[in-house]
Design a protein around this ligand. Sequence first.
Ligand code: NDP
Ligand code: 8X3
Length: 248
Amino acid sequence: MKTALVTGATSGIGEATVRALVASGWRCVATGRRKERLDALVADLGADKVHAASFDVRDEAARDAALDGLPETFSSFDLLVNNAGLALGTAPAQEAALDQWKTMIETNVTALASITHKLLPALIECKGAIINISSVAANYPYPGGNAYGGTKAFVRQFSLGLRADLHGTGVRVCSIEPGMVETEFTLVRTGGNEEAHETLYGGADPMTAGDIAETVRWVAELPPHLNINTLELMPVSQSFGGFRIARA
Ligand code: NDP
Ligand code: 8X3
């Protein structure tokens, strides 16, 4: 049975990815801070299929302890899904809170790189795959996207750099870059503003966490000679705006 480690599996895309992978015959290590949600996932899907590892990805000691202490059956990896991440705030850079920028960088960049670094030997041994969840924000700047977009651009470029370095190892790497997906993302970004959540997703027919999870599963199960480097998705209801000009 193939084994995956999915970060940020307490909600949204990560939880849906664990469900999709397990339904397709995988075994998963599911991570996140909210232990009760991981425990519920284990209860639902079975302790033989899902192992819960609860830690804050920014906490180096807790992260290493959890990853070093995995049970034997969950300790070799065919797949790493680097999904844990967040946006905080939508203020323009000149009004943004520096601590929010730091949290996004520590979570979306530093922790993602650290977990990847730790799992690389196991992934090389299994000729496994790395799927990194970036964002359309990596590719298209928008007002208020500042540091979040920067972190996701790192994820995309880091993925391509990993591809270059892992040449000849058989390890596949893909950067998945979704647009609008209805999850807890906007609640987290706005500090729990239900109205902002409703305004953004209401009537928009956004993508679902299941849409992205199914994409992750599909990429992971492609034949071993095939690598999708980057994959950008949007709901049909979302497209591109124009440039702006500030006139004197
Ligand atoms: P959710 O808020 O629903 O899920 C985010 C997950 O990340 C949660 O499981 C959360 O777990 C985990 N996480 C966040 N911070 C930490 C931390 N410090 N330590 C451990 N786990 C953490 O949002 P999504 O499912 O939408 O987001 C998943 C990924 O998809 C993110 O990287 C996001 O940037 C990306 N994305 C989302 C899009 C969207 O429109 N929703 C579009 C494009 C990309 P917990 O809080 O329990 O620790
Ligand atoms: C989330 C998508 O457009 O809100 O990564 O930045 S967006």
